[in-house]
Every structure is written in structure tokens, then in C-alpha cells.
Design a binder for this molecule. Structure first.
Ligand SMILES: Nc1ncnc2c1ncn2[C@@H]1O[C@H](COP(=O)(O)OP(=O)(O)O)[C@@H](O)[C@H]1O
Ligand SMILES: [Mg+2]
Length: 263
């Protein structure tokens, strides 16, 4: 299934959130990388079909998304930026509830919940109330919820927010496993969430797509522009104003800084 995002724009009143965003996805993990406020959630809500774009078109295998809305939704799994749970629900109640909303019949749902809980190491916790789960468990429950209808397209909005470093790595591995034969769009502002698993990285900044490429092609762009310089703390402050400093290592009375600049 090919998803084409064609010249999508979005404004909230006078506030512009997306400006002519275009790219295509077909099988594999796509990382939507951008700082807070860059328009990631706006794009994701449009792709999930819960918000209309102000302009442009989303096409599925060449057809307008709205023309194949029912089919598209049946193949879509969406994890919003924040998930809310009814306080009385156990993990299993929640998953059965979502399965019924997705129209998965109850026998199939029961089997699928068992399988996915096993794969996400949640089996032992399904009878506990999910409001009491840890951040990592809630996100794993979120991914199980996404996968209940065996979707071909997964859209995950900042799924690693609030996870500790170890949980992040586990989550990344989980996404990588589930991305086989599927199209996954994962938004994040943290490079390491997607750097080893994304087939393509879509960089979004100030409502626009900047660069699109593989991790290798994007890092290639700064080849020959990374400098290792030993300097004083005062000099570092000066450089920091004008350039991107990717790393600093303190030495005896100086600092070794890795700086990205043309010359
Ligand atoms: N419902 C809304 N009403 C007005 N402005 C909004 C709304 N949602 C998002 N925005 C604005 O649009 C821009 C993009 O937001 P968003 O898509 O949430 O970015 P991100 O997910 O990358 O943080 C931000 O400036 C944000 O303040
Ligand atoms: Mg967001």
C-alpha cells in the first residue's frame, strides 16, 4: 500500500502549522523528525483521518483517501500522542473495548490480545488496572491496541515520549519487529529513536519538510563540515551562538568541542 502525501497544508485560523508537505511511504519505517511545534502531530492527525487538511491531498495507491475512507481506516492503526484510559479498565478490558470499536470479533480479539500481549511482555499484567501501568507499559499497551486489527499502516505520534532510555530501546526494537511488511510512520524529536530503524527520515521544521533521506545520506550532507577544536569556555560560548555544537568533552583547563560549520 502506497501512501502519497501531496502538498499538504494546515492552518489553525491565522496560525500556519503545515506548509506544502509532500513525501511518499511504502513499506518500512519512516521517521518524522522535528522539534516541538514543527507540525508533526498536525500531519499525523490528517493522515489518521481525524482532521482535515486546509489544502493538498493524501492518496492511497493513487486514490484520494476520502474516496477509500472505509478501506483505509480498516487498514490503519493510530497511536495518538497521549492515550487516556478509563480508570476502572484493566489492560484486558481496554484491549477488548478497542477491539470491539475496531470491529474485530470477540473470539479473534481474544486470540490476538493473547498473542500480542505475549510479544510485548504484557501477559502477566493484563488483569491489572492500566492507569497504574508504568510509562513503558502504557506505550506497549498502546502498540498492542494499534495492532489489534492487523493494520498495514501504523501511525505513531511520539510513541517514546516519557520513556526511560532502556524502554526507548525496547520500544524501538518492538517497532522494528512489527514493521515487517507494514508501513510505519513514527514521529519524534529524538534522533536515536529512529536512526537505526528508519528506511527514510523526513525532517520537518517550521511547518515544512526540510530534507528527506536515509540516515547515511543525511549524515553525508555534513561530511567535511565537522571540526574538532580545543578551546576555552569563553570561546565555546562564542561558537555556540553561531554554530551547531554536537558534542563537548572537558579536558584539563580547556574543552574539546565537535562543531558543525562550513569552514
Ligand atoms: N488546535 C490548534 N489550534 C491552534 N494552533 C495549533 C493547534 N494544534 C497545533 N497548533 C499549532 O500548530 C503548530 C504545530 O503543532 P503540532 O502539529 O502539534 O506540532 P508538533 O507535534 O511537531 O509539536 C504549533 O505552533 C502549535 O502551537
Ligand atoms: Mg506533537
Amino acid at each position: 500500500m502506497k501512501v502519497s502525501i501531496d502538498n499538504i497544508s494546515k492552518s489553525y485560523g491565522k496560525k500556519r502549522a503545515l506548509n506544502g508537505v509532500s513525501f511518499e511511504m511504502e513499506n518500512g519505517v519512516y521517521g518524522l523528525l522535528g522539534p516541538n511545534g514543527s507540525g508533526k502531530s498536525s500531519l499525523i492527525r490528517i493522515l489518521a483521518g481525524i482532521m482535515e487538511a486546509s489544502g493538498g491531498q493524501v492518496r492511497i495507491d493513487g486514490k484520494d483517501r476520502k474516496a477509500c475512507d472505509h478501506l483505509y481506516r480498516s487498514k490503519l492503526g493510530y497511536l495518538p500522542q497521549s492515550l487516556n484510559f478509563y480508570p476502572e479498565f484493566t489492560g484486558r478490558d481496554y484491549l477488548r473495548f478497542i477491539a470491539s470499536l475496531k470491529g474485530v470479533d470477540s473470539k479473534k480479539a481474544q486470540r490476538k490480545i493473547g498473542e500480542l500481549a505475549e510479544q510485548t511482555r504484557l501477559s502477566g499484567d493484563l488483569e491489572r488496572k492500566c492507569v497504574n501501568y508504568s510509562g513503558g507499559m502504557k506505550q506497549r499497551l498502546g502498540i498492542v491496541q494499534v495492532l489489534l486489527n492487523n493494520p498495514e499502516i501504523l501511525i505513531l505520534d511520539e510513541p517514546t515520549a516519557g520513556l526511560d532510555p532502556q524502554e526507548r530501546i525496547k520500544f524501538r526494537n518492538l517497532v522494528s519487529i512489527f514493521s515487517h511488511d507494514r508501513t510505519v510512520l513514527l514521529s519524534t524529536h529524538i534522533v536515536s529513536d529512529i536512526e537505526s530503524i528508519a528506511k527514510q527520515i523526513i525532517m520537518i521544521k517550521n511547518c515544512e519538510v526540510g530534507k528527506i533521506g536515509t540516515q547515511t545520506s543525511l549524515t553525508q550532507m555534513i561530511a567535511g563540515k565537522v571540526w574538532l577544536i580545543t578551546m576555552t569556555l569563553e570561546e565555546l560560548a562564542d561558537y555556540q551562538e553561531k554554530h551547531i555544537i554536537s558534542n563537548v568533552i572537558p579536558e584539563a583547563d580547556r574543552i574539546q568541542a565537535r562543531i558543525i560549520m562550513d569552514e
